[in-house]
Design a binder for this molecule. Sequence first.
Ligand code: SAM
Length: 259
Amino acid sequence: MEHSIYEFPDIFRRVHMEEPREIAQEVRFLRRIWREHLNRPVSRVLDLACGNSPHGQLLARAGLEVVGIDRSKTMIAAGCRESAGLEGIRFYRRPIERFRLPERRFDAAFFMSETFPVMTENHDIVSHLRSVGRLLKRGAIYCIDVDRQDGIRATRAHKLWDRSLRVGDARVEVRGVHRPMPWYSGVYSNFEISCSIRFPGRRVNTRDVVPIRYTLPCTLELLARASRMFVMIATYTDLSFTKPLSRCHRRWWGVLRRV
Ligand SMILES: C[S@@+](CC[C@H](N)C(=O)[O-])C[C@H]1O[C@@H](n2cnc3c(N)ncnc32)[C@H](O)[C@@H]1O
């Protein structure tokens, strides 16, 4: 049976070369943005494509009420396990493209880990924004983390990674390939990632194909307007309040306000 790397929260983070400390840095930055752009306290927040909601867990430990949505049963199970005994965090299994929740409105929402561009179709992004917008109070802030994408280049296959790493007891062989897409598709990379994970006593193979839409600040601004629920009020670069987009090294955040 073929698995997804997103069933293994600790391993996917290492495969994507993310450092665990980045989560706390991102949460601190989120809180700075709320202080800067919201003139009221934030007590209820929504985490989109939350996985095991590492950000949500930190916020819930700080006393906020957090609701996360994700389509992965395993990721949600990991989140429930890790937050057992912690009040104020709940998970729903939902697709991000279109969803409803039996919840009161939230003060803020966030979409981390550079996952927003997996929505590649305009209608999916607009219905996503409308789904989020319906759950936010007027004036609420929605922060979206997007990786910096250079010119569209993946019109032919090229190898991205071929490496092995150790995560706890597991030995992981990773192979990453950009699959070609036509230039007009709007897809920046069609990223295929295959892992062979050797746990003590068993081996698991994972394969994920992750299309990434070419997403620029101007695209997000337009889509926010198209949803009629948001306007983009700011962009920030590499978790800095002062670094301009022109010097963006790795990723940028779009800050949307619910109108
Ligand atoms: C890279 S992980 C990030 C998880 C979490 N936000 C974090 O920072 O650790 C991406 C998550 O997006 C979820 N995801 C991807 N596409 C989705 C979709 N269409 N609907 C719901 N969840 C989705 C995956 O299940 C996975 O948990």
